[in-house]
Design a protein around this ligand. Structure first.
Ligand code: BGC
Length: 434
């Protein structure tokens, strides 16, 4: 008995679940969320920021659908001077609109994220010019909003930090802004994401969480972009319509799945809270494909227990027939996948996934014309490689009869997807040719 007790004690200790941090609890409380898009982040609109972009009635309708949290994207870069001392006009109407949303969310008992959206010119050569400006903005915002209940109000430092912007530089900017906020409030949670446009694959294990203990991490998912963003003239690059999402185009599923896997892996490695701050499929994709995509997403968000904010409510990613907001006009595959309007059924059928990124390596993924890429499998005798362009066109296909192969590529500038199928496994890697 004497010998068993310590063993039992050690066993019990090692099976204690990790205590939840404040950031974990707040991230868990986000539940289902909606972005108030096409409003305060869109200064190009006439009479911006309009009084009726969203009203309390809109939030009430969201609440009826089951939405518990709001993300409010605001283009603060538009209202802060570009030169020191970086004057911010706090009488600007944008602040009155933010105050209205704060009031509505308090009355409706919803959570709110105040998100600093785009127009920050952070590039490797120019970011230092913005360091002080960025910190000053967050100092002013934190001082203004420190009175808000930290259980329900959080601050998001920057929407989609630019692709190809060095992570070290981004971390300097973020740590400086976090210090500015912490001068005013030590209790509010701050939301951050890595460089590379908040893309899931930026959450590799080389992305080390920042030091502040009250941070929540966020990522966005529109994969594959040429499917979700097809037909939008405003997208860069703009993608043609006609791209379907189905088992016949399963490289898309594997692409999406690999990204979500990366997020899970990162979360498990660092034990940090993370939620999906934006995701959506545009209305130019065909109905059947939109349904397939959202069902896939819903299934994975359920099984990985990840909270989300959909983009958007009634504009070009809408989930409502003819943009009419009601329980009768919501697309049923959306309300089912996202458990809206009282749909509590958790889908038990697993989307058909045959992919695992684990043991296939492919490099480099940033190439020039003439680069030879290397593919390594775990000893399978044969594998097949297909390269697609952004529009889903097959650019080349090659079969290898040994476990490793070399593939010289002569691709024009652009983004490509490489599907490698080895035995039962298939993975998709993104390739950029510059
Ligand atoms: C951008 C929007 C865009 C959306 C979907 C957001 O982060 O700010 O302009 O519509 O992503 O691409």
């Amino acid at each position: 008995m004497k010998r068993v007790l310590p063993l039992l004690f050690i066993t019990l200790i090692s099976f204690q679940p990790m205590a939840q941090t404040v950031a974990d609890q707040r991230c868990a409380a986000f539940g289902k969320g909606m972005n108030l898009s096409n409003w305060l982040e869109a200064p190009w609109q006439t009479n911006w920021p309009t009084a009726t972009g969203y009203t309390k009635a809109d939030l009430e309708l969201m609440k009826v659908a089951g939405i518990q949290s709001i993300r409010l994207p605001v283009c603060f870069a538009h209202i802060i001077d570009t030169v020191a001392p970086y004057y911010i006009d706090t009488n600007h109407l944008v602040f009155a609109r933010i105050d209205s949303v704060i009031k509505w969310t308090a009355e409706l008992q919803m959570n709110l994220i105040i998100d600093n959206h785009h127009e920050w010119t952070l590039s490797d050569s120019r970011w230092r010019n913005n360091l002080e400006r960025f910190g000053h903005l967050w100092s002013v915002l934190a001082s203004r909003y420190k009175y808000l209940d930290p259980e329900h109000y959080s601050f998001e430092l920057l929407n989609e930090p630019p692709i190809f912007f060095a992570l070290d530089s981004l971390n300097i900017i973020f740590n400086d802004a976090i210090d500015s906020i912490r001068q005013h409030t030590t209790t509010h949670s701050i939301i951050v994401s890595p460089n590379n446009g908040s893309w899931g694959r930026a959450f590799t294990t080389t992305y080390i969480p920042l030091a502040d203990s009250n941070l929540i991490y966020t990522w966005h998912c529109y994969d594959p972009l040429n499917f979700t963003h097809q037909g939008f003239s405003w997208a860069t690059p703009s993608f043609p319509t006609g791209m379907a999402f189905s088992s016949s185009t399963n490289w898309m599923e594997s692409w999406l799945y690999d990204g979500i896997n990366e997020i899970n892996h990162w979360r498990d490695t660092f034990n940090k809270p993370i939620f999906l701050g934006e995701f959506g499929v545009g209305e130019h994709a065909d109905d059947e494909s939109r349904c397939q995509w959202i069902s896939f997403m819903g299934h994975y968000l359920d099984s990985a227990n990840i909270n989300w904010f959909y983009w958007d409510w009634r504009w070009d990613f809408t989930m409502f027939h003819s943009h009419v907001i009601s329980a009768d006009s919501v697309l049923s595959c959306f309300s089912h996948a996202l458990h809206l309007y009282g749909d509590t059924l958790i889908s038990t059928s697993t989307p058909e996934i045959k992919m695992s990124a684990g043991d296939i390596q492919f490099y480099p993924t940033l190439i020039s014309k003439g680069t030879t890429c290397v593919i390594k499998t775990e000893g399978v005798p044969q594998f097949n490689v297909k390269v697609f362009d952004c529009a889903g066109r097959l650019m080349l296909q090659q079969k290898f009869n040994q476990p490793e192969g070399r593939l010289p590529l002569y691709l024009e500038k652009g983004m490509y997807f490489v599907q490698i199928t080895a035995g039962e496994q298939s993975v998709v890697k993104k390739l950029i040719s510059d």
